[in-house]
Design a protein around this ligand. Structure first.
Ligand code: 1HN
Length: 336
């Protein structure tokens, strides 16, 4: 590129097509599969080699090669990491500007305390640690616990708005992040709700999410896309401001085509096994097979086809995407 460093000026015209390509944006996000079977031994090895006191958070980042591994990005706006906490360990309290969620992958007995609410971790649970809320992790159990962290870190960092503050161990208050809103349709009466929390629900137990999906499937046998969205139950808005979170059920043997949409998307297998084809079937399509605890990602403006590999049992998939961000910015598109 021709530049004029003395005046800090560059001509636009040689780069115009590059920054504004015809019809479809250029995407660095490559379809990528992170099998849990190859990740887990490395994470356990990190557990032996790296004390939690040194690491603060013991995480292997699921980095997208299209962005360059050192960028620690799964997509333009999403960060993914697998975190390991061993029995008795404690990851100290801090808060930061990026929003995070954790999807619990395996193990029992660990918890995240979020602004004083001690949220127990069980497989498939979703725990929110939104922007600005104190959070620390502890483990009273006997087995290693692993969870998937999903953050909007790449975006917040790009905005030059990413920073953290360390804090003291939190005083635990009553509540465990989930109980005030555990039944849809019967909610705490607003005039008596004194807390006025920005994030009224911090923990979404998998037993309830799974039951909602199974109930939806039984109630609406014609419904093709059995998907629920993790929302703020008070407002109905997405649970967090930048990334969206969803759980999907595939009926036995079902194939579901998800249309091409502008946001990039992450798939994580909670139960069962799913064939994922990223892109339109044909030459450019990338196939992955997700077994339990596997994770993959798809770039934006790209269709995906999901097939439950079992003919007898449902499959359950957790999804994260950049939809809330795209909608707020006015760039959200469905291409069909
Ligand atoms: C973080 O605060 C956690 O609290 C995990 O467990 C991963 C990655 C980047 C920035 C902050 C945690 C993180 C993180």
């Amino acid at each position: 590129m021709k530049t004029c460093p003395r005046a800090n000026l560059v001509p636009l015209w040689p780069s115009l097509r590059g920054v504004l390509p015809p019809n479809v944006p250029t995407r660095k996000t490559a379809p990528t599969h992170w099998p849990y079977a190859s990740l887990k031994p490395l994470l356990l090895q990190a557990g032996e080699l790296t004390p939690i006191e040194k690491a603060e958070r013991r995480v292997l980042v699921l980095a997208n090669p299209g962005h360059g591994l050192e960028k620690m990005q799964a997509s333009a706006a999403m960060y993914l990491g697998m975190q390991l906490l061993l029995p008795g360990e404690w990851a100290p309290s801090h808060r930061h500007t990026p929003n995070a969620v954790r999807m619990i992958v395996e193990g029992e007995g660990a918890y995240t305390t979020v602004n004083g609410e001690k949220c127990p971790m069980a497989r498939g649970d979703l725990i929110l640690t939104p922007t600005g809320l104190w959070h620390e992790h502890g483990h009273d159990g006997t087995e290693p616990v692993v969870w998937l962290d999903v953050l909007d870190l790449p975006l917040v960092y790009y905005m030059e708005a990413s920073y953290h503050i360390n804090g003291a161990r939190q005083d635990v208050k009553p509540g465990r992040g989930d109980r005030a809103w555990s039944r849809a349709g019967v909610v705490p009466t607003p005039i008596f709700t004194r807390s006025h929390k920005t994030y009224p629900l911090l923990r979404y137990p998998w037993v309830d999410t799974r039951a909602a999906l199974v109930g939806l499937a039984e109630d609406q046998p014609e419904l093709e896309c059995l998907q629920v969205t993790y929302v703020n139950p008070e407002t109905g808005d997405d649970a967090e401001n930048i990334l969206g979170f969803y759980a999907l059920m595939l009926r036995p043997g079902q194939t579901l085509r998800l249309p091409a949409r502008s946001p990039a998307c992450v798939f994580h297998q909670i139960e069962g096994s799913t064939d994922v084809v990223v892109g339109n079937t044909g030459e450019s399509a990338t196939p992955f097979t997700l077994v339990e605890a596997d994770t993959c990602c798809a770039p934006g403006y790209t269709a995906a086809t999901l097939t439950n590999r079992s003919a007898s049992a449902p499959a359950f998939v957790f999804m994260a995407d950049e939809s809330p961000l795209h909608r707020k910015l006015g760039v959200y598109e469905v291409r069909g």
